[in-house]
Structure formats: C-alpha cells, structure tokens
Write a protein that binds this ligand. Structure first.
Ligand code: BTN
Length: 317
C-alpha cells in the first residue's frame, strides 16, 4: 500500500484527485498510479475512477494496515512510530521488549492477540479482526507515583472518541469502559521505573468492537460495540482514540488535567454508588464519593473513614 496516495485520496473528501496531481506529487507515471489503485481495490478499497477527473475514495476496508492507519492520522501528531502486527501474544509484552529503543508515543497495534493480558493475571479475549488491541509506549518525565493517571487519560480519550461516533459509555474506575453494565474495553498500564524516574510505561487498551460472542467465562460480563447495536469501523475509532489520547497526554505532561478529570467525573458509573473495595488481604464496603485531582478514587468506608485509592479493584454493589 502507499501512504501518500491514501492520504491524498482521504484528504480530498468526496472530490476526485486527478492522475496528473498524484503523478506530480509522487513523481510516478500515471500507469504506475493505475496499478497501485488496482492493488488497493484488491485489498478492499472502493475507488471510483473517471476519465479526465481522476480517482475518488468511496470506502476503505476495516483492516489493520500501517499505511492506512498512518494516512488517517494528522501529520503533526506526536506518534511517528506505529508498529502493526497481524498477530502477537500481547501488544503490552511486545512493547516491553522494544520499549528501550522506541520514542515516547510509539504505538504497537495487533489484529489479534494470542494471549492478551488483563489486570491481576487475567486474560483479555482478543479475537482476530474483532477489536482494537494496542499499546502506547510512553516515556514521560514524571515521578513514578503519577503513572496511574495515564489510565485515566486513556479512559478520557476513549470516551471522547466514542462520543464523536455517538456512542455513550461509562467508566468504571479505574480501567474499564462499560456499556449497559457490561465491559467493552479494558486498560492495562504497566511501568518500568526506578525510585525517582520512569523508564517507560506501557499503556495497553483493548476494545471489543465487532465481536458477536465471547468465551463462556466472560460472556455474561463482556460486550462489544456491535452487540450493543453500533456498527463502527475499528479504524474510525482507532484514529479518533489516538488523536484524542495524544492531545490529552500532551496536556497532562504540561500540567493540564482539568478536562481529563471532568470527563472522568461526568462519565463515571461509580461516583455516588455503594461499592466493595478489594484490598490484598480483605474486602470492605464503601461509598465512592469523588475522583481527586490525581485521578484517585475517594471512598468513604462504613466506619466513615475517608480513603483515597490510587489504583485497585472495586465492584459496584
Ligand atoms: C483488563 O481488562 O484488565 C485490562 C485489559 C487490557 C487489554 C489490552 S489489549 C492490548 C494490551 N495488550 C494486552 O495484552 N493487554 C492490553
């Protein structure tokens, strides 16, 4: 595929792009352009070609392809390095292996994960072509204690991306995105750091987009956009997610967190609810009363003691 041709077709929004224009920009013959257009059609692109007018993109296939993903993103985005894989054990594990040599904001995306990971040793179902499975490799110059906030940024970015596509979702603090009380997205943030500084953070996001069934163990608690009635292309959501994430991530690095916190509070399905907090050695009943400026959940325990949870596991009672 060819990122430049795709970008021209996508930027021209419903207009024809002439062979002469493409040929002038890319320095290739019209015959070569014709060949490339045919290749794109074989891959599932619908391209209208009219003599003397040129080429018009009618639709693109929902495939995880590096050129296509990059062509749909703004050039000036932080992300310059995108790795796209057909399959991988886990994009988080793959990212960890390469993180040292990758710049801040790199992304690893896979069409399928063979052993997708969830939090607390759980697995994350990642059927081929059914979802978005991606990891950001991030190297912010921050104290390690600030790392949990990245989960909040991912959640806020996804909410914005879905709102753009007219999908309303809720966040179950800290890392699940919920529709109709079922989980359609999970976030797994993993950090490598020393006492004072972060070496890198791998921020993994798994979104159930097009799946229509789930393994027995999770079928009562998991859902997908498709199951909920939303016919959305993975690419349309992916482009918006990456774009919103990068803007909010830059805001955060520059000390601006108001928008992120507002989104989390406005779309929380936890605030005001009676919950159970799972500690490593016990469970406690509590009420979720606020999300503080660090993105931590403020809860009031049954004995009225107020506690702040930076990360952890809760359930709504
Ligand atoms: C959870 O629900 O507990 C977190 C799920 C996180 C899943 C994503 S999919 C992309 C990235 N790679 C993984 O192996 N896990 C995360």
């Amino acid at each position: 595929m060819n990122k430049d041709i795709l970008r021209m077709l996508m930027d021209s929004k419903n207009e024809y792009v002439s062979g002469q224009y493409i040929s002038g920009k890319l320095g290739i013959t019209r015959a070569a352009i014709w060949k490339r257009m045919n290749k794109l059609k074989e891959l599932g692109f619908e391209i209208d070609s009219v003599t003397k007018k040129g080429y018009k993109l009618i639709s693109y296939p929902d495939i995880m392809n590096k050129d296509l993903i990059e062509a749909g993103l703004d050039n000036d985005l932080l992300t310059k390095h995108i790795i796209v894989l057909d399959d991988v054990d886990s994009t988080n594990d793959y990212s960890k292996k390469i993180a040292k040599n990758m710049p801040d904001g790199s992304i690893v995306i896979a069409d399928e994960q063979l052993s997708g990971k969830g939090r607390r040793g759980r697995s994350f179902y990642s059927g081929k072509g059914e979802g978005i499975y991606l990891s950001f490799i991030l190297k912010p110059d921050l104290e390690p204690s600030k790392a949990p906030f990245l989960t909040s940024i991912a959640a806020a970015a996804l909410i914005k991306a879905l709102k753009d596509l007219d999908v309303d979702v809720k966040v179950k603090w800290p890392n699940d995105i919920i529709i109709n009380s079922k989980k359609m997205c999970g976030i797994l943030t993993e950090m490598t750091a020393d006492v004072e500084s972060i070496e890198y953070i791998i921020l993994g996001i798994g979104i159930n987009v097009k799946g229509t069934s789930f393994p027995d163990e999770i079928k009562d608690v998991a859902t997908s956009l498709k199951i909920e009635g939303y016919e959305i292309k993975r690419l349309d959501l992916l482009w918006k997610l990456i774009t919103h994430f990068e803007i909010l991530y830059r805001d955060f690095v520059n000390g601006k967190t108001t928008e992120i916190l507002d989104i989390l509070k406005e779309n929380s399905c936890v605030l005001g609810k009676d919950i159970t907090v799972y500690y490593s050695d016990r469970n406690e009943k509590a009420k979720a009363i606020d999300i503080n400026d660090e993105g931590a959940l403020v809860v009031q325990l049954e004995n009225n003691i107020v506690q702040t949870l930076n990360s952890g596991e809760i359930s709504i009672r």
